[in-house]
Design a protein. Structure first.
Length: 110
């Protein structure tokens, strides 16, 4: 097989002038838009939902920590929480260690 047809195609591609540049800009713009709508935007939405969940935690709520420990919020500080995991056993944890707040209906199902 000869390389000659490929050389002709390469030469034809250079005759386009500015249309090749516009096509490349449209391609890169569409890739950036796809990344934004499929990766960045949903991640920002999840971060906002998590932050609102952490802000809504109050004393007495049952929580699950990222380490898998179930407990009840016994006290709160600006950056940390006091979690009661058993009778007379309280652990001070960072707010970001709270994985989820357990509602009463979830506890009744188990």
């Amino acid at each position: 097989m000869s390389i000659y047809p490929f050389v002709l195609m390469a030469q034809q591609g250079t005759d386009q002038g500015g249309t090749g540049l516009v096509a490349n800009l449209i391609l890169f713009g569409s890739i950036i838009a796809i990344f934004y709508f499929m990766i960045i935007r949903p991640q920002q939405k999840r971060a906002k939902e998590r932050q609102s969940m952490l802000d809504a935690v109050k004393k007495g709520d049952k929580v699950l920590t990222s380490g898998g420990i179930y407990g009840t919020v016994a006290g709160m500080d600006e950056k940390s929480m006091l979690i009661q995991i058993a009778d007379n056993v309280k652990v001070k944890m960072d707010r970001s260690a709270i994985a989820s707040v357990i509602s009463e209906t979830e506890g009744e199902k188990k």
